[in-house]
Design a protein around this ligand. Structure first.
Ligand SMILES: [Zn+2]
Length: 260
């Protein structure tokens, strides 16, 4: 056992961390019907002798996972997800260079040609990460923040089915609703949430930052916060971290703040 622990320790130290969570701050983009993120300086040094903030947020604030119960009554809730479900090898699908506009869709053919060109292919039990480059281009926290959350490229149904048929355990993207393309708040479709992914236990992760720093083949790790009977989990006080070295990457949630 000791040898295994030492091996894990050595592997961890050889990796580089990348924080995949956008900073949680006033005004960050949110799904339009979800509550704002509110951060209140509840206690401070001058008044109380110590500093502690109160936080009001949606389960789907910032980088987060959608549980099946989000769209399906009686579906698995976030506290029922095994803590290591989101620890798995992952493949990055990098589509930033296409500079897709809101409403445009990635197709199965585009996914397969990316795989041929890059020599990577997400497999059974693994995690697919799709970077549209949308967060890098459009994320902002000022009075125009909501444009990011009401407009997005997405995935055609054949791409949604392709990922399902690969047997993935989860899929994530840098947009507000993963496969769901949006134009001025109107969804093109939500066939991953409604039909192909969540009903089949494939978890969805949204608003992942800095995916452009991730290698095509990587190792991903995240642990949702166990809200009782929750529809999803943001990383309220946690950070998503990505560790990388020679093509192997790892992401973890944790209270620590490791920077790359
Ligand atoms: Zn969500």
């Amino acid at each position: 056992m000791e040898d295994v622990i030492s091996e894990i320790d050595r592997a961890f130290r050889s990796l580089r961390a990348v924080d995949l969570a956008p900073r949680l701050e006033r005004g960050i983009p949110r799904w339009p019907s979800h509550p704002h993120l509110i951060i209140d300086e509840t206690m401070n040094h001058a008044h109380d002798g110590y500093f502690c903030q109160g936080i009001v947020m949606a389960e789907h604030t910032g980088a987060h996972v959608d549980a099946p119960a989000h769209n399906h009554p009686g579906g698995q809730t976030v506290d029922e997800i095994d803590v290591d479900t989101l620890f798995a090898p992952a493949v990055l699908y990098e589509f930033s260079e296409l500079e897709l506009e809101a409403g445009q869709l990635i197709t199965a053919e585009m996914v397969e040609s990316y795989e041929r060109e890059r020599g990577v292919k997400v497999g059974s039990g693994e995690i697919a990460l799709v970077n549209f480059g949308w967060m890098k281009r459009h994320w902002r926290c000022d009075c125009h923040a909501q444009w990011y959350a009401t407009n997005a490229p997405g995935m055609a149904e054949d791409a949604v089915i392709l990922f399902k048929e690969r047997g993935i355990r989860a899929i994530g993207s840098d947009t507000v609703a993963c496969e769901m393309a949006l134009v001025d708040g109107k969804a093109v479709h939500s066939l991953g949430h409604d039909k192909h992914w969540l009903p089949n236990g494939i978890l969805i992760m949204e608003m992942l930052a800095r995916l452009e720093q991730v290698s095509p083949r990587n190792f991903f790790a995240a642990a949702p916060l166990p809200f009782l009977q929750g529809s999803g989990s943001a990383a309220a006080s946690s950070r998503i971290l990505y560790l990388a070295h020679r093509g192997a990457w790892m992401m973890v949630f944790g209270m620590r703040s490791i920077r790359c």
